[in-house]
Design a protein around this ligand. Structure first.
Ligand SMILES: Nc1ncnc2c1ncn2[C@@H]1O[C@H](COP(=O)(O)OP(=O)(O)OP(=O)(O)O)[C@@H](O)[C@H]1O
Ligand SMILES: [Mg+2]
Length: 428
């Protein structure tokens, strides 16, 4: 009997994990580990019980809850696994304590960032097959899975998709990294992938700094947590920064003659998980200035000046000419940092302006009017965990056993079998 495929998407900030066929991951936890500070085995209060430091570690939210007694560290930086030993321990706890499954009975889908090295893929295969003895393994490129999610997702009417349908530009912006990848016929156009060194964590830090500069009192223990919550709850993308400032600065006078702040300001109340104390914070301009990073990156990063629409346009323009129309007409959003209200509308408008300008120039030069391109940027229900959801759909498809690398294959040919992971079997 085939048990459900396990899908694990390890991101820089969060790990999404669960079983294929489900609409949502069973767990969404920080990709962090808290290790014991003790070196040798230590005796705990009970005379006969010894605490083994090898097992005395926590992952996810539990890791942060134990930061007073343990050393917390993150495992992935800019999408790449940095600490393989910690990753293995994380997977161990994730598989046995969270997902509660016997890995030898399940196939697994793991995800990788674009341009991941074959060596990294082999290392993943080695750990999965040799430490966990999994029944099968497929390592999906995050962009391709996000596109797969959009094509087969809950809003899709297209039930029989093929390799040729997998074309579009994926913008994946998570916690540590933002990527733009054009995908044509199921394959990422490697030379046209663009990497932007700014993502959710940078916006969180910017918002924190801005709140402090405005004189808000932020308890240092929970500072990043507060800024992240403020960002996720109140952040949005505006149409025009100058006009948006004016909306915030507009004061009104109520019936009793008192001057009132603009209703654009919000109040956020935070309760500390450690002390239980509550803090009230006024949230203002940072609501739109944080997400503005995508369109005015120089606000945050001195050396990075290209707005996202320019990067997307440039990535598509460097792709083969016959793929470009599809790439403009199917821009897919993925990852937590694309969830800001109106992110899609502003991006669509700015890319469309670039495309229209180019058309106008072409028309003036040649006197010919080509068929216009309608830029489309789509939001979708599963955007927060589009990569995971793509894995969930793929893992429950009929053809998945044909593309998944089996334990027997691994035993026979070794980790190099995982160097290639096409989403469709040959001849599909
Ligand atoms: N509603 C929201 N609005 C804005 N940002 C959000 C929202 N929800 C989550 N985020 C942000 O999204 C980020 C996490 O997204 P995601 O889980 O896609 O990243 P990741 O996969 O861990 O990272 P990466 O893909 O960069 O390796 C965090 O910075 C989080 O604060
Ligand atoms: Mg991610």
């Amino acid at each position: 009997m085939n048990l459900a495929t396990v899908v694990i998407d390890n991101g820089t900030g969060y790990t999404k994990m669960g079983y294929a066929g489900n609409m949502e991951p069973s767990y969404l936890i920080p990709t962090a580990i808290a290790d014991s500070r003790q070196k040798g085995a230590t005796k705990v209060s009970n005379q006969t019980e010894f605490k083994n430091p090898e097992l005395d570690f926590y992952i996810g939210d539990e890791a942060y809850a134990h930061q007073k007694t343990h050393d917390v560290k993150t495992i992935i930086r800019s999408g790449q696994i940095e600490d393989w030993e910690a990753m293995e321990k994380f997977w161990h706890r994730a598989i046995y304590s969270y997902l509660r499954c016997e890995p030898e009975e399940h196939r697994f889908i793991l995800t990788e960032p674009p341009m991941n090295t074959p060596e990294n893929r082999e290392q993943m295969a080695e750990i999965m097959f040799e430490t966990f003895n999994v029944k099968g393994l497929f390592i999906g490129v995050q962009a391709t899975l996000a596109l797969y999610a959009q094509l087969c997702g809950p809003e899709s009417t297209n039930k029989s998709i093929s390799q040729a349908d997998l074309s579009g530009t994926v913008i994946d912006s998570g916690d540590g990294v933002t990527h733009v990848f054009p995908v044509s016929d199921g394959f990422v156009i490697g030379s046209c992938v663009r990497h932007i060194p700014l993502a959710g964590r940078d916006i969180t830090k910017f918002i924190l700094q801005h709140l402090r500069d405005r004189g808000e009192k932020i308890p240092s223990d929970d500072a990043l947590d507060i800024a992240q919550k403020v960002k996720e709850r109140y952040g949005y993308v505006c149409k025009d920064v100058v006009k948006e400032y004016q909306k915030f600065d507009k004061k009104t006078v109520d019936e009793s003659g008192r001057v009132q702040q603009s209703n654009k300001f919000k109040k956020y109340t935070h309760k500390s998980a450690v002390t239980g104390e509550t803090t009230e914070i006024d949230v203002g301009y940072e609501r739109f200035l944080g997400p503005e990073m995508f369109f005015h990156p120089e606000f945050i990063h001195q050396d990075w000046r290209s707005p996202l629409d320019e990067i997307v346009d440039n990535a598509i323009q460097s792709s083969p000419i016959d793929t470009r129309r599809k790439l403009y007409e199917n821009i897919v959003l993925s990852g937590g940092s694309t969830l800001f209200t109106d992110f899609d509308n502003r991006l669509k408008k700015q890319i469309q302006e670039r495309v229209d300008d180019r058309f106008k120039q072409y028309q003036q030069l040649t006197g010919q009017a080509p068929k216009p391109i309608n830029v489309n940027v789509s939001q979708n229900m599963v955007q927060r965990y589009a990569v995971w959801f793509g894995g969930s759909v793929l893992g429950s498809s009929d053809h998945f056993p044909k593309i998944c690398h089996s334990r027997e294959d691994y035993m026979e040919r070794g980790p190099s079998i995982c160097r290639h992971n096409p989403v469709f079997p040959a001849g599909f």
